[in-house]
Design a protein around this ligand. Structure first.
Ligand code: NAG
Ligand code: NAG
Ligand code: NAG
Length: 310
């Protein structure tokens, strides 16, 4: 008999990946029916999920009663919260995550899969608080204290950032030369994830074998690469000169909205100094990749398909 999987934030990057992967995988779609929660059930992304066979239900993280109602009958809930960078970023995300967990327990859900991160403030000995990550680590600790089975996945840096904040930009007066500029060291390895294609594969591994992963964290990246290596990979595939250049923190801050500055600067400096998942990042990623029975997207494949330089 098939079980009901409820996805919180089903039209977002992570929830959308999970919904699409489960709906299209023959084994998982036979095992799980998908109920996709979204604030606005009329948007095109909601229509697309309906067309693939999901039930789409309205729910709002700011309305805990809507969550409890939407969890009725579910065996499993997947939740990823969205960071809004303002003064309330940490408190809001922690509260919303706890509300999801409490609603899941109240509705009799058996298993909660939560999108987590490491506690940057604690790992860095207080030096780098990161609202968007510390809130998730604290929510993970809360979920572990509740009477519900849980598993966690911690998404790596999104490869999609190479099309946005980390995109190569033309260098003025140097034809066919591009630069990616940021404040973190170019020779430090980071884990990378094609969030659209592969978030659902890590969560799918848990859904395929929930007992095995109860209490565990999957560190979700398809591999490690430094920014210097990324620049070289983009050069090789586009035949343009792409360099990674260090930017001063002061200049970098000026590009960010004031309320997001500390959170984003701290996140990059934390990664640079401690590693994205702390000192054992590479081992954690290797071990997690070994647990995923689906083919993951490499950086080379992602860059070839998506990173175009005019
Ligand atoms: C962070 O550190 C505080 C203070 O030591 C501790 O109470 C808390 O449990 C830690 N949180 C996590 C998620 O590691
Ligand atoms: C790359 O650029 C070089 C120098 O302009 C040119 O000779 C070569 O044909 C280009 N290769 C590709 C794959 O575009
Ligand atoms: C992780 O895997 C890569 C690729 O297989 C390997 O080169 C590297 O040594 C591994 N690192 C660790 C710490 O296990």
């Amino acid at each position: 008999m098939s079980q009901l999987l409820v996805i919180v934030g089903a039209t977002g990057q992570q929830g959308g990946s999970v919904a699409n992967f489960v709906l299209s995988d023959p084994v998982l779609s036979a095992r799980y029916k998908v109920r996709a929660l979204t604030r606005d059930t009329t948007k095109p992304a909601a229509d697309a999920l309906r067309a693939k066979g999901a039930e789409v239900v309205q729910a709002d993280l700011e309305d805990p009663a809507s969550l409890k109602a939407a969890f009725a009958g579910a065996s499993t809930v997947f939740a990823a919260t969205k960071t809004v960078y303002d003064e309330q970023a940490k408190a809001r995300e922690l509260r919303q995550s706890k509300d999801v967990a409490d609603a899941a327990v109240a509705a009799g859900v058996q298993y909660l899969i939560y999108s987590t991160q490491v506690h940057c403030e604690n790992v860095s000995g207080g030096k780098y608080p990161v609202a968007a990550y510390d809130s998730k680590a604290e929510a993970e600790a809360y979920i572990r204290s509740l009477p519900i089975k849980s598993a966690f996945y911690a998404p790596a840096t999104f490869m999609q950032n190479l099309l946005a904040g980390m995109a190569p930009r033309p260098v003025p007066d140097q034809p066919a030369v591009y630069a990616i500029a940021n404040i973190f060291a170019g020779d430090r390895p980071y884990p990378w994830l094609d969030v659209a294609a592969d978030a659902g594969k890590f969560v799918g591994a848990i859904l395929a074998n929930p007992d095995k992963f109860a209490g565990k964290v999957l560190y979700a990246g398809s591999g490690m690469a430094t920014m210097d290596e990324i620049a070289a990979k983009i050069s090789a595939q586009t035949n343009k000169t792409v360099k990674y250049v260090l930017m001063s923190e002061e200049k970098f801050r000026a590009y960010l909205p004031p309320a997001a500055q500390d959170a984003i600067v701290n996140m990059f400096l934390f990664c640079s100094e401690h590693g994205y998942y702390g000192p054992d990042s590479e081992r954690l990623v290797n071990e997690s990749i070994a647990e995923v029975p689906y083919k993951l997207t490499s950086l080379e494949e992602y860059i070839a398909a998506n990173v175009k330089l005019a």
